[in-house]
Design a protein around this ligand. Structure first.
Ligand SMILES: C[S@@+](CC[C@H](N)C(=O)[O-])C[C@H]1O[C@@H](n2cnc3c(N)ncnc32)[C@H](O)[C@@H]1O
Length: 373
């Protein structure tokens, strides 16, 4: 299998490889074309990102993994109509990312169980984590998702249409497709261009996020698409705003200058939407510096090769490795080395001492029961 297919399968780049169909959209995803975003920035790339998201393999791979038994997600089928079969390498890579996020989330939710917790997802797309956490009785006190209006209006529409989604955001939640908003007591979906820091601050107030509460910030495959200055501003804003927080980052790409990285970048550029942040943070050290230079107390980045072998629970690894076999190990390792997880911590309340990568330590695994509300 060619490298470009691997790029497609991970980190949201797969939108360029057409896949399944978004429910409720007919797969076209044209809503909002020609509309200016809040900060008046050029919309071409936004529309490409939207197209990208709508046909995204992120969601499709998720559905593929769920179908194969890698993980449970009772809600992805509301967002992706047809499961599309993905290769074992793609599925395993997605599982590694999913497993890492879940493990960090559960560490966060189970720390200091008497304190209310909040989650803020930047560029959430059609991510279903909130709904699944609700299903499992593990949702935090407040879960806030932000994205472009074009995306949140589609997500709001799907939540409104499907009673299974609607009941999870609460009977009294107000839902507006037109405004791209869902305002429930414990769940908020709001439109914003993340590059507009003033508007971001306003939206945080609208969402009733409390800056003094422990906050888990998620940015999966988002910042790498932004220009480096915008990414730095967002990371600095988050450090200023939340005094007790973990910032979780999953994205391509480290080592953009080797053959694999160059091919990935070419693949994207020839479709008109590059990874604008790629050269600003091309190594694990640079990912850490991104946070440390913008006011975070500590930051750690590992590539996915290490995350998979040292952080994902060994029992889980053994389980999913039996689901699908493959022998393209060179490609698997290469792909994993080009993606990473980074996290940064600010810890005014002192709740993050045991948070983070624990090498070969299954006692910190995801089976702990969080009490977040
Ligand atoms: C590749 S998708 C990832 C979606 C989701 N985080 C996931 O991992 O499944 C990137 C998301 O970031 C959003 N996004 C990119 N730039 C943004 C911006 N400036 N403001 C708000 N959302 C943005 C896109 O609309 C899209 O939903």
């Amino acid at each position: 299998m060619g490298w470009w297919l691997f790029f497609g399968g991970m980190g949201g780049l797969g939108g360029w490889l057409r896949g399944g169909t978004l429910v409720g959209d007919g797969g076209g995803g044209s809503g909002g074309h020609g509309r200016e975003n809040e900060s008046g920035l050029a919309t071409t790339c936004i529309h490409q990102l939207l197209e990208h998201l709508i046909s995204s393999l992120v969601d499709n791979v998720c559905r593929s993994c769920v179908k194969k038994g890698y993980m449970r997600d009772d809600y992805i089928h509301f967002f992706v109509r047809r499961p599309v079969r993905r290769s074992p390498i793609i599925n395993r890579g997605y599982f590694a990312r999913f497993g890492a996020l879940r493990k960090f989330l559960f560490q966060f939710l189970s720390s200091d169980v008497h304190t209310k917790k909040q989650v803020l997802s930047l560029g959430a797309g059609f991510d279903t984590t909130y709904f699944q956490l609700q299903e499992e009785g593990k949702a935090p006190y407040l879960y806030v998702e932000l994205d472009f209006h074009e995306v949140t209006s589609k997500k709001a529409a799907l939540i409104e249409i499907h009673s299974e989604l609607r009941e999870k955001v609460g009977a009294t939640a107000s839902i507006s497709r037109e405004n791209g908003e869902v305002l429930g007591d414990h769940y908020k979906l709001l439109p914003v261009d993340l590059r507009d820091i003033q508007r971001l601050t306003n939206v945080i107030a609208l969402a009733k996020l409390d800056p003094s509460l422990p906050t888990f910030i998620i940015a999966e495959c988002v910042l790498i698409y932004l220009d480096p200055e915008s990414s730095r501003s967002i990371v600095a804003w988050a450090a200023r705003t939340f005094s007790t927080a973990a910032f979780f980052l999953y994205e391509q790409v480290i080592h953009p200058d080797d053959a694999f990285g160059e091919q990935m970048i070419r693949n994207l550029e020839c479709r008109g939407c590059g990874l604008l942040g790629i050269h600003a943070t091309p190594t694990l050290e640079a990912k850490e510096r991104l946070f440390l230079d913008q006011g975070w107390q500590r930051a750690i980045a590992w590539n996915m090769e290490r995350v998979y072998s040292e952080f994902i629970d060994s029992q889980e690894r053994r389980r999913i490795e039996r689901l699908e076999l493959f022998d393209e190990f060179e490609e698997w390792h290469m792909m994993q080395e080009h993606y990473c997880v980074a996290y940064a911590i600010n810890d005014a309340l002192g709740i993050f001492q045991n948070f983070g990568f624990h090498e070969n330590d299954d006692e910190h695994n995801a089976s702990s029961t969080p009490v977040g509300s």
